[in-house]
Design a protein around this ligand. Structure first.
Ligand code: MIG
Length: 630
């Protein structure tokens, strides 16, 4: 059963696609009050209550014991003391309730932070819809929630192949080398990414012709070899006279404004940019149609970046900072003054002052950015997704985004942003998978091997062994960090074993993905969903259920030859390594299992089986007819 509680005049985020009749607040199941223009509701938690949800967010599967904020943030340090990442997924499960707050501004979720046994949720405004779903079991709550938000995006089949990214493959030769080296090492590969440097001076929908001469032929050549090139698109449009996208945006008044009605000028990669007002339908249609420049050249996949939006500085913010610095020239800076000055410059990026100075047009009315912050990136991605569906139909174009809001799950996937080459980030990825699934985001994954800082060979292998199950299996790393492509390390065969195992699993993973999309189910579930009365399963946050058949338990520590794993029932322990399959029967209980660096571990439930195909160098070359069953 779903009920909708509405106050004020909510902004239509288009998150919900099914009409739900409005209920009266008199039967709202939680204690609530409106105070200082904010709506606050709360509930008491018993010691054994588990709170699920919030999709892409820091910390555990069980969200208890921390405070979170829904505020899409470009923050490249995903440490456990953060409150937000790039997304705002306002869905929570508490006992028999699913709670979805459809509200595009800030929400604060104090889940046992101030008081261990209490959750207090503060909505920063009074115009919103809250949907309350009541069902007996978490999977049923999720199913009913997903019914009202609509079917999840299904990418093209090839998007389940292995993908290699790097900031940046600077030119055609660099891209070609990646493909050659993977082919030479006999490691399967389906996609190579183009990060910001493929553009001409970081201008969206342009190609740096010196670095990529004859781009169209280049794309066609890769296509013929079953390799997809996936360019990045940034939210900001470079301010440059004569640059068509900028000129059109300016002439039509498509960019976000400041209070005085002039275009907001923010600085990102290309210097000053205009931020398209993606909240307007006409702007979405315009921006969406720009992707055609690249699809006309044969491109069939994109990743949308910097759409929280990330703003390095604004023209007015920078001027203010420079003035403060100039005023201090020649002064003997004491502790207070020096750190203040430092803070002024550090605070230039993604500043609240800047966000507060931006205005959008929503249904013909001027609306401050802070009121719609969390749907900006999702709206950019919707612009692209809607254009693709209209032009090519479903399941043709790969599209995923950094920032997101529920609703974007219908036309795109997400990646978990700028993680680190840290062991702890294997687990962070694992924990976000079921949470993202609850919110409809099925096509997702983390930067395997870790984005920031230098990776070690064993970390990349262990990360890939988890990535072997994530729909998006992409290795990515930042500018200036150690090369992280599989062939850069000793004994590339070990990497081949892991990635071949992935390709063997693709028929099963694809089938599981489709089913989850079509039936509003989850690919990944916390163990507690399936074994609610089993205390150890309930508290387990290092293993996941996968589909109806499997459980996964990746290795997430360095210098170990295996791990402890908990089996909530008898299962078959399976290790995939290249074409090799090893099996061992295990009884319910705790076991130590050996897992080598070149092995992908999984557990199959009694009476269940999964299908494997033979590995191939590309998804297009997979024989998905002749399957072997374990
Ligand atoms: O501020 O385009 O998350 O994947 O490589 C960095 C460069 C901008 C952030 C993305 C990352 C990408 C990088 N971008």
């Amino acid at each position: 059963m779903v009920k909708r509680y509405t106050t004020g005049e909510p902004i239509n985020t288009e998150a919900v696609v099914k009409a739900v009749a409005a209920s009266d607040f008199s039967d709202f199941p939680f204690e609530h009050k409106t105070e200082n223009g904010q709506f606050v509701f709360s509930f008491k938690m018993a010691d054994d209550d588990i709170i699920y949800g919030l999709g892409e967010a820091p910390r555990g599967i069980n969200k208890r014991g921390w405070i979170y904020q829904s505020y899409c943030s470009d923050d490249p340090f995903h440490t456990e003391t953060k409150q937000s990442l790039y997304a705002a997924h306002n869905f929570l499960i508490f006992r028999r309730y699913g709670i979805f707050i459809d509200f595009p501004a800030r929400i604060r979720w104090d889940i046992g932070y101030t008081k261990a046994d209490a959750a207090e949720i503060t909505i920063d405004g009074t115009d919103f819809d809250i949907y309350i779903i009541e069902q007996d079991k978490p999977v049923e709550i999720v199913r009913e929630f997903r019914e009202i938000i609509g079917q999840s995006y299904i990418p093209p089949f090839w998007a389940f192949g292995y993908q290699q990214c790097r900031w940046s493959y600077h030119n055609a030769e660099a891209v070609e080398n990646v493909i050659k080296n993977y082919d030479r090492a006999n490691i399967p590969l389906d996609c190579v990414y183009l990060d910001i440097d493929y553009m001409e001076r970081y201008k969206d929908f342009t190609i740096n012709k010196e670095a990529f001469p004859n781009f169209e032929d280049f794309v066609a050549d890769k296509k013929a070899r079953n390799i997809h090139l996936i360019p990045i698109i940034d939210a900001g449009v470079k301010k440059e006279d004569g640059y068509d996208v900028y000129e059109e945006g300016k002439a039509n008044g498509y960019f976000c404004k400041t209070a005085d009605g002039s275009d907001f000028k923010g600085g990102v990669w290309p210097g000053i940019v205009g931020f398209p007002d993606f909240l307007r339908k006409d702007v979405r249609e315009w921006f969406g149609s720009k992707y055609k420049t690249l699809t006309d050249m044969g491109i069939d996949g994109f990743w949308n970046d910097m759409n929280e939006p990330a703003i390095f500085y604004s023209e007015q913010g920078l001027q203010k900072a420079l003035n403060e610095a100039a005023a201090l020239k020649g002064e003997n800076l004491d502790l207070g003054k020096f750190f203040h000055l430092k803070d002024v410059f550090m605070g230039l990026s993604n500043s609240q002052d800047d966000y507060s100075s931006i205005y959008h047009e929503v249904d013909g009315k001027r609306v401050n950015h802070q009121k719609v912050h969390n749907i900006y990136g999702a709206s950019m991605t919707k612009a692209a997704g809607e254009h693709f569906e209209k032009t090519f139909g479903k399941e043709k174009i790969l599209m995923f985004s950094r920032a997101s809001y529920i609703g974007a799950h219908r036309t795109s996937g997400i990646w978990f942003g700028d993680n680190h080459s840290w062991w702890s980030h294997i687990l962070l990825c694992l924990k976000m998978l079921p949470s993202a699934n609850m919110c409809g985001f099925l096509y997702c994954g983390a930067d395997l091997g870790g984005f920031n800082e230098n990776a070690t060979r064993d970390l990349v292998l262990r990360f890939l062994a988890l990535g072997a199950f994530t729909p998006l299996m992409r290795n990515h790393s930042a500018l200036g960090t150690r090369d992280q492509e599989c062939y850069r390390f000793e004994n590339a065969e070990d990497f081949r074993d892991i990635i071949q195992a992935r390709y063997r699993l693709i028929p099963y993973l694809y089938r599981t993905f489709r089913k989850a999309s079509e039936e509003n189910g989850m690919i990944f579930r916390p163990l507690s969903f399936d074994y609610p009365d089993d205390k150890i399963a309930r508290e387990c946050e290092t293993q996941l259920m996968l589909g109806e058949e499997c459980m996964i338990a990746p290795v997430y520590e360095q210098n170990v030859s295996g791990r402890y794993v908990y089996l909530p029932e008898d299962m078959t322990f399976v290790k995939l390594s290249g074409e090799k399959v090893t099996k061992q029967e295990f009884k319910k209980g705790v076991h130590y299992v050996d897992i080598a660096l070149n092995e992908v571990p999984l557990f199959i439930k009694k009476g269940k089986s999964i299908e494997l195909c033979k590995p191939a160098m590309r998804t297009a070359l997979l024989d998905t007819e002749n399957l072997e069953y374990i």
